[in-house]
Design a protein around this ligand. Structure first.
Ligand code: NAP
Length: 315
């Protein structure tokens, strides 16, 4: 029996979409993966799986027999916002290589803050020769907000580097060697203890605007902030106010409410802000296609899906 085709539905430009199709075809040599625009009506009617990258919901609606969709991206807030509640189940990308790359970025920027790079850069500009006191990493607490795939991977490398690591999640967790906080009360308690705050939360109705003036008033004086999750989890004006009054010493921001960050954003020129263009953990088409391929192969063999996005929860 011939297998139904798999639809590739994205809002990428045509060359980028074709490149993904080639990676996916290499990972799934027994499947017929067709870009949505190239499918005839019979193929659209037959497709039972879609591989998606923030697709136009109107395109997905033209695939009436989908059983599930596999997203090429780890973040799903746009899918949750745009797809109708009765859309097929969504499996998001969980790629160990993406987690490794994110953990590497968190470690790199945690060391940047830990070794006072922002202060030394300012001193160099002022031609100032001044040695700041050194404290070893185990005397510094890094708080990781979000203990999912990325947060746990980042916590591990931070622990291996010697930092005291504490974490925060929605549900209670026990992770070796670290204090885990959870729920709304847990966050205030954690923020007051952290020298460096690392945000790896998904964007949901509960996390949108979470790091606002009220919570920032509770951070340990002079803490550094790293946001590699989603921009809208922070209230930008409140972060700028916390930087201006010294409650936060420096912010490393990779994600923003509007991307690319608009040229008139005050973040670009702020002396205590590092702006990164959403590069902390780029998706590798090679490893991502292998993950998607393995999930689809498992489904074909036993009909089971990996964990799907909880639309109510938002991640
Ligand atoms: P994940 O596995 O779904 O984990 C999400 C974590 O956040 C979980 O620990 C969850 O708690 C916690 N959480 C969610 N809502 C919460 C709330 N209201 N209060 C407290 N904790 C809450 O996600 P992931 O794979 O680690 O990815 C996290 C995010 O990183 C993605 O959603 C995406 O936006 C972002 N990302 C950024 C880049 C980049 O390049 N900058 C790349 C990839 C992903 P529970 O464990 O209790 O459920």
């Amino acid at each position: 029996m011939t297998r139904p085709p798999i639809a590739l539905v994205t809002r990428l430009d045509a060359p980028a979409e074709r490149a993904w199709r080639d990676h996916l075809a290499a990972a799934l040599p027994d499947e017929d993966i067709i870009c949505f625009a190239d499918m005839d009506s019979g193929q659209r009617a037959a497709a039972d799986i879609a591989i998606i990258a923030n697709p136009d919901p109107a395109s997905l609606a033209l695939l009436p027999n989908l059983r599930w969709c596999h997203s090429l991206w780890a973040g799903v807030e746009r899918l949750v916002a745009e797809l109708p509640a009765d859309a097929p189940p969504i499996v998001r990308l969980v790629d160990p290589e993406l987690s490794r790359v994110m953990a590497e970025a968190v470690l790199a920027w945690a060391f940047y803050l830990h070794r006072d790079m922002p202060a030394y850069a300012r001193q160099q500009k002022a031609r100032q020769w001044r040695q700041l006191p050194y404290r070893p990493p185990w005397e510094k607490t890094v708080g990781v907000l979000g203990l999912g795939e990325l947060g746990v991977a980042a916590s591990r490398v931070l622990q291996q580097a010697g930092f005291a690591v504490e974490g925060w999640s929605r549900s209670a967790k026990g992770l070796p060697g670290m204090v885990c906080h959870h729920g709304p009360d847990g966050l205030g308690a954690l923020l007051g203890r952290c020298d460096i705050i690392v945000c790896l939360l998904p964007l949901t109705p509960q996390t949108r605007g979470l790091l606002n003036a009220d919570l920032l008033a509770r951070v340990k004086a002079g803490a550094g902030l790293i946001n590699f999750g989603r921009g809208a989890v922070l209230v930008t004006d409140d972060v700028l106010a916390a930087l201006d009054d010294g409650r936060l010493s420096h912010a490393v921001l990779d994600v923003f409410e509007v991307e690319p960050l608009p040229p008139d954003s005050p973040l670009w020129g702020h002396p205590a802000v590092t702006v990164l263009p959403h590069v902390s953990a780029p998706t590798s088409p090679h490893t991502a296609a292998a993950v998607v391929g393995a999930n689809i192969a498992a489904y074909r063999s036993d009909g089971r899906l990996p964990p799907v996005v909880d639309r109510q929860r938002g991640y």
